[in-house]
Design a protein around this ligand. Structure first.
Ligand code: ADP
Length: 287
């Protein structure tokens, strides 16, 4: 069998066009264009690249780029003060604190300054709590991008057995909760899981977010299963994921490539969250 390949770039483009349309509609209806405040602290080159592409995507969708940059040695209280300023600014619909922050800063404490309704990364304790309780809130971008990929490829989730490898706050845990919200039967695997391959072989939908190159081979995949690879590693042969793509594509029914799978969806969902945040804020008349 050769798996159907999920084209994440195409789906991301579709989502970004829908967001751009939503922005235009909001403005046409007398609203204000959503503003995204990306906050970068320091000069980490990888973070600079990520932030630049988020800012570009934001402008392309018709949103306002409200980027802020702080020096790498900024004291905690000054970084906190900037976040407080953005939190109070009605032109700011969404705030994204680019992680990781420099080592001397307490990132957790900084995240708490972001109000839940502006937390477009879905990373604050408040939004994690809303997700855990199944209540409406802004969801983390990478796992909600995975759900979007599955939905747009017609992968059934209700009653399906979903296995998530990884339990990080950023990906694994919210991924499992989103799948549960969609009525999948969910198993979470992690570094202490006994016989990982046996657990994975039970999956109709396997989402791999362990951060380990080539962790999942064909022996861990049920024939015909859907395999979503969240991993991304830079190696001699370019970018690769947590899944042994060539071997697994022979067994799986549907698979995401790396690059061009989950990756592009993260920014698309960030834009979708920013539009949602702006709509909620403007409809409740808080701006
Ligand atoms: P990410 O941000 O991509 O989710 P992290 O590095 O923060 O990745 O977390 C890695 C996750 O993967 C952890 O939850 C860990 O338990 C899980 N993990 C690490 N190694 C293995 C392994 N060998 N088998 C299964 N899960 C693993």
């Amino acid at each position: 069998m050769t798996a159907e390949i999920i084209d994440g770039r195409a789906v991301a483009q579709q989502v970004r066009e829908e967001v751009a349309k939503g922005v235009a509609e909001l403005v046409a209806a007398g609203g204000t264009a959503p503003g995204l405040a990306t906050v970068l602290i320091g000069d980490d080159p990888a973070s600079e690249v990520y932030v630049r592409s988020k800012r570009r995507a934001c402008v392309a969708a018709g949103m306002v780029d409200l980027h802020r940059h702080l020096p790498g040695d900024v004291p905690q209280h000054e970084a906190a003060a900037l976040l407080d300023e953005l939190a109070a600014d009605p032109a700011v619909s969404g705030i994204l604190l680019q992680l990781p922050t420099p080592g001397h800063l307490d990132a957790e404490a900084l995240l708490t300054r972001i109000p839940a309704e502006k937390d477009v990364d879905g990373l604050t304790t408040a939004n994690a709590g809303l997700l855990a309780q199944g209540r409406p809130g802004l969801r983390p971008c990478t796992p909600s991008g995975v759900i979007e990929l599955l939905d747009r490829h017609g992968v059934p989730l209700s009653g399906a057995h979903a296995v998530v490898i990884g339990r990080s706050v950023l990906v694994g845990k919210p991924m499992a909760q989103l799948l549960l919200e969609r009525n999948a039967t969910v198993t979470i695997c992690h570094s202490r899981t006994r016989d990982l391959a046996a657990e994975c072989r039970r999956a109709d939908v396997l989402v791999v977010a362990a951060g380990i190159p080539s962790l999942v081979g064909a022996d861990a995949v049920k024939p015909g299963a859907t395999v979503i690879d969240v991993g991304i590693h830079r190696g001699e042969h370019g970018l690769t994921g947590d899944v042994q793509y060539d071997a697994v594509a022979e067994v799986a029914g549907t698979i995401t490539p790396v690059p061009g799978g989950v990756g592009p969806m993260t920014i698309a969902m960030l834009l979708a969250n920013t539009l949602t945040a702006a709509r909620v804020q403007q409809s409740t008349g808080r701006r």
